[in-house]
Design a protein around this ligand. Structure first.
Ligand code: AMP
Ligand code: MG
Length: 384
């Protein structure tokens, strides 16, 4: 299949630039397009055959349901059998935006889209290209992230091209996305809304809007027999670079202060009163930098290519022989989120053998950042 690439200007979206893309979707084809979260791989959500093509193009297990994207609230009603009160309040607060809501599905939504579930996940994106495309397609658009299943989600059209060239009819290039992490998913079918996947609409924001919100245990830990995720996709190794990724985290449970620091001396910003309340603080500090440095030097000695994922505050402390990528300053967690998947892909391009990553705060957007990082690491967390 020949993949057509069409540049679109997010600042000045013209319907005529999107008519062919909308036509492809209506006819059952695949179009990758930008959203404010990550690039999506779009197909008609009401057409089971089109949904099948998404699974094929991504190599995605077919029990992993797709999110249906709509352009206006009025398009929700035909897809669902009920709109629970919590769902209504969350829609009013955060749509259009990076929030997906899980509702009981109507008969119009095929099981091929929902992975056999009686519920359907729906989102109204805010990205102007995404919204115009959905409006012109005149159908709800099923759109998982436009990456090969298991790889880091695409935050630029070039990432989509790497994974999807020859597998989709068209890629709309609207430049880099804004947020860089997939949408928050909340199930509103039960008595208490449940967070299934953290994202830019944070748990704190959800609780402010609807009060009590439960968190699916699968958000923070590996899948076990008694911890089966409610979002089926959360059970797969995900967001993962080709190299082994080891997340290094300070163990706050014991007193490790007496440990020797082998790396450069780093000020522990968490201890610094001036740095408090300025976003994603540095739970790393000396111990994490020392441990990563020690491990990286050992690996370099063995002739391995080593990647280090860190923040601006600590990037200069690591050994030169490693590939060092900073996600940005800890005081701007939006930047850390925005750069995460791109950095993981860069390590793939550079063919590193092993990546060590610093940890980040789990508050606010940090919950989503750490969720993606721990999953990318296959829950390999080294406590130091
Ligand atoms: P992606 O499309 O790549 O952002 O992944 C979609 C995520 O939404 C996956 O983790 C799915 O398991 C989850 N999802 C989609 N539909 C449902 C649903 N009906 N119930 C629970 N989770 C869902
Ligand atoms: Mg995905």
């Amino acid at each position: 299949m020949e993949t057509e690439i069409v540049a679109v200007d997010k600042e000045n979206v013209r319907d005529e630039d999107l008519l062919e893309a909308a036509h492809i979707i209506r006819k059952g084809g695949l179009v990758a397009f930008p959203t404010e979260t990550v690039y999506g791989l779009g197909a008609n959500a009401l057409d089971e055959e089109a949904a099948k093509k998404i699974y094929e193009a991504k190599g995605r297990p077919s029990d992993n349901p797709l999110i249906a994207h709509i352009a206006q609230c009025s398009e929700l009603e035909p897809l669902v059998s009920e709109i629970p009160e919590a769902g209504r309040r969350l829609m009013e607060a955060y749509w259009p935006g990076p929030l997906t809501l899980v509702f009981p599905k109507s008969d119009r939504v095929p099981y091929g889209t929902t992975g056999g579930l009686d519920t359907v996940a729906v989102r109204m994106p805010s990205d102007p290209v995404a919204r115009a495309l959905i409006r012109l397609a005149e159908v709800p658009v099923a759109a998982p992230s436009a990456n090969t299943s298991g790889r880091p989600s695409p935050t630029e059209a070039g990432h989509v091209y790497e994974d999807m060239n020859g597998r989709v009819d068209m890629i709309l290039d609207g430049g880099p996305v804004g947020i860089g992490l997939e949408s928050t998913i909340v199930d509103v079918t039960g008595p208490v809304p449940m967070l299934l996947r953290p994202g830019a609409i944070t748990l704190e924001m959800l609780r402010e809007t609807v009060g009590d919100v439960e968190v699916d245990p699968a958000v923070s830990g590996p899948v076990t027999l008694d911890r089966k995720p409610k979002a089926p996709g959360m059970k797969y190794r995900h967001y993962a670079p080709a190299a082994e990724l080891i997340l290094v985290e300070a163990d706050e449970s014991g007193d490790n202060d007496s440990r020797e620091s082998e790396g450069g001396k780093v000020r522990d910003r968490q201890q610094d009163p001036q740095e408090k309340g300025k976003g994603n603080q540095n739970p790393a500090g000396d111990r994490v930098v020392s441990a990563i440095t020690r491990k990286a030097l050992e690996d370099l000695e063995k002739g391995m290519e080593v990647g280090i994922l860190c923040a601006d505050e600590t990037r200069d402390f690591y050994p030169r022989g490693a590939v060092i990528r900073s996600l940005g300053t800890r005081s701007r967690e939006e930047t850390i989120a925005h750069n995460l998947f791109k950095a993981l892909r860069e390590f793939d391009d550079l063919k590193v053998d092993r990546i060590y990553s610093e940890s980040f705060s789990r508050e606010r957007l940090g919950q989503a950042i750490m969720n993606r990082l721990t999953k990318a690491a296959g829950y390999h967390v080294l406590k130091v």
